[in-house]
Write a protein that binds this ligand. Structure first.
Ligand code: HEM
Ligand SMILES: CC(C)=CCC/C(C)=C/CC/C(C)=C/COP(=O)(O)OP(=O)(O)O
Length: 299
């Protein structure tokens, strides 16, 4: 085993970077950016682009800090699950103090950037989101209730609210509509993954829905949430935030998610659950991309 002193700086960087759950945080920041874009009528000025970039950096840093704190808190749980056992904290390659210092540094830097480069409200809301995910979800809810990801999903749904606040200094109804969409998207997103990882979660001792209530109940919940999500995704058009282009995307993507959920309910397979999980990522990414394109074409 490579000792700490033998690790190159690049290898050490890779270890710390892995704690930030980069691909998750990438979509988190993209959703925050869409909140920023929708808050600014028309094409942004140079100063507004700079403001967006600085705000995205601050949000990325705090989200990365939250993910790293989650890895620290769950290192023993991660070590018991095949999907997460590779993580540097689970393998003991990074100590708890190293992970804590890394998370604290990212969170502090991100907070200062938001306070100075964006506005105090955005900093406070982002810190509240950090606490919501890293403490309320990870420490309080996750080990105790199968509703952990529904309640904890509120923190994951905050990015568009943060983006809107960054550009306006307030929280508008448009931002809350985007919050609702991600809030309703999270349960089918996660429960599809939890279905094919159910044995992993059973070993971990975590009360995820497929473990506590079984596959059939979970698949019904996924279907119910995707149907409600379909309706919620129409709200940007109904509220006048978006036009026909977005509506078409919302209908096609929402119908696709409902179709996956319906098939999963009727004929379960791990392969279909995995494809449903992967489609959830396509759904949210493409939906928010449609908001972006629609905004610049019509607003
Ligand atoms: C409490 C809410 C959420 C839970 C419990 C959850 C759970 C998960 C889990 C367990 C994975 C697999 C990660 C891995 O195996 O490394 C995952 C992947 C992912 N999640 Fe979520 N998620 C949540 C919310 C979100 C939100 C709000 C977003 C973005 C807006 C998001 C974006 C992603 C992405 C992009 C991936 C793929 C990561 C990869 O391919 O490595 N998730 N999610
Ligand atoms: C702006 C800001 C502070 C954002 C924080 C929100 C955030 C980072 C949400 C991440 C969502 C997510 C991947 C949860 C999975 O956690 P998990 O512990 O269930 O996943 P795991 O089992 O893969 O560790």
């Amino acid at each position: 085993m490579t000792t700490d002193t033998m690790l190159s700086p690049a290898s050490r960087f890779v270890q710390f970077y892995a704690l930030t759950k980069p691909r998750v945080v990438q979509l988190i920041v993209f959703c925050a950016l869409i909140g920023m874009v929708l808050a600014v009528p028309g094409w942004p000025s140079g100063a507004q682009w700079l403001h967006m970039a600085v705000s995205c950096l601050g949000i990325w840093l705090v989200a990365a800090a939250a993910a790293a704190f989650n890895c620290l808190v769950e290192k023993h749980i991660d070590a018991r699950m095949q999907r997460t056992a590779w993580r540097p904290t689970a393998r003991g390659e990074l100590s708890s103090s190293q992970a804590l210092a890394f998370s604290a540094a990212l969170c502090s830097l991100g907070s200062v950037i938001l306070f100075i480069g964006s506005n105090p409200l955005t900093m406070w809301l982002t810190l509240a989101t950090f606490v919501g995910y890293a403490v309320i979800y990870t420490v309080v809810l996750k080990p105790r209730t199968p509703q952990n990801i529904v309640i904890g999903g509120a923190s994951g749904a905050m990015p568009p609210v943060l983006g809107w606040a960054a550009m306006t200094g307030q929280v508008g109804p448009e931002a809350l509509i985007l919050f609702l969409i991600i809030f309703l998207w999270t349960p089918p997103h996660f429960w599809a993954l939890a279905l094919y990882r159910v044995e992993d979660y059973r070993k971990s001792g975590l009360p995820m829905l497929p473990v506590t209530h079984g596959s059939e109940h979970t698949r019904l919940q996924i279907l119910l949430y995707t149907v409600v999500l379909f309706a919620a995704c129409l709200l940007p058009f109904v509220y006048g935030m978006s036009s026909w282009l977005y509506l078409a995307a919302a209908v096609v993507l929402g119908a696709g998610f409902c179709a996956y959920a319906w098939r999963l309910r009727r004929h379960y397979s791990d392969a279909l659950a995995w494809r449903t999980f992967k489609f959830s990522l396509v759904h949210l990414s493409a939906l928010f991309a449609a908001l972006l394109v629609d905004h610049y074409l019509f607003f």
